[in-house]
Design a protein around this ligand. Structure first.
Ligand code: ADP
Ligand code: MG
Length: 145
């Protein structure tokens, strides 16, 4: 199944993320796919709100991972600066992608840089830029979530 929605502002994208968070249990891993500026971090901000996070969510581009407290832990990754699954494992990130150990929600930008790290069961959210502020968001559960 694939859900598709077109948004016309960052607020609207955040609301889609917020709704998804409200509908999901944990553990859950979400892969965010899309170019720079597509709205992956914006979507995560909304998701965090729906997940009960009160802190301000910022891009983890330089820290690679930011951790938040919501109704469970939320781990927000940006793998932009990594180049292999081995590198992610060396940094100790494997447990956040292992559904038998994960207790919260893991959201990951640029998961394609660390191919093989995602569990078979995850949700893929693809954001595509359109004209101006238009973004197409596709939500697809993979591997029978
Ligand atoms: P990414 O993490 O994919 O690089 P960001 O979420 O950091 O992208 O940035 C998206 C940018 O696009 C923000 O400046 C945001 O305000 C803007 N924007 C404009 N329209 C939208 C929209 N419909 N959805 C998400 N972001 C949008
Ligand atoms: Mg980002």
């Amino acid at each position: 199944m694939k859900l598709k929605v077109v948004t016309k502002s960052s607020e609207e994208t955040m609301r889609v993320g917020e709704k998804l968070a409200r509908s999901l249990g944990v553990p859950v891993v979400i892969s965010l796919v899309g170019d720079l500026g597509a709205g992956k971090t914006t979507f995560t901000k909304g998701f965090a709100k729906g997940f009960g996070v009160k802190d301000i969510v910022t891009s983890p581009t330089f820290t690679i991972m930011n951790e938040y407290d919501g109704r469970a832990k939320l781990y927000h990754f940006d793998m932009y600066r990594l180049s292999s699954m081995e590198e992610a494992i060396e940094l100790g990130f494997e447990e956040y992608f292992d559904l038998s150990r994960l207790k919260g929600a893991t959201l990951v930008e640029w998961a394609e840089n660390v191919e093989g790290l995602l569990p078979m069961r995850h949700i893929e959210v693809t954001l595509t830029k359109g004209e101006g502020d238009e973004r197409t968001i596709e939500i697809e559960p993979k591997g029978l979530v």
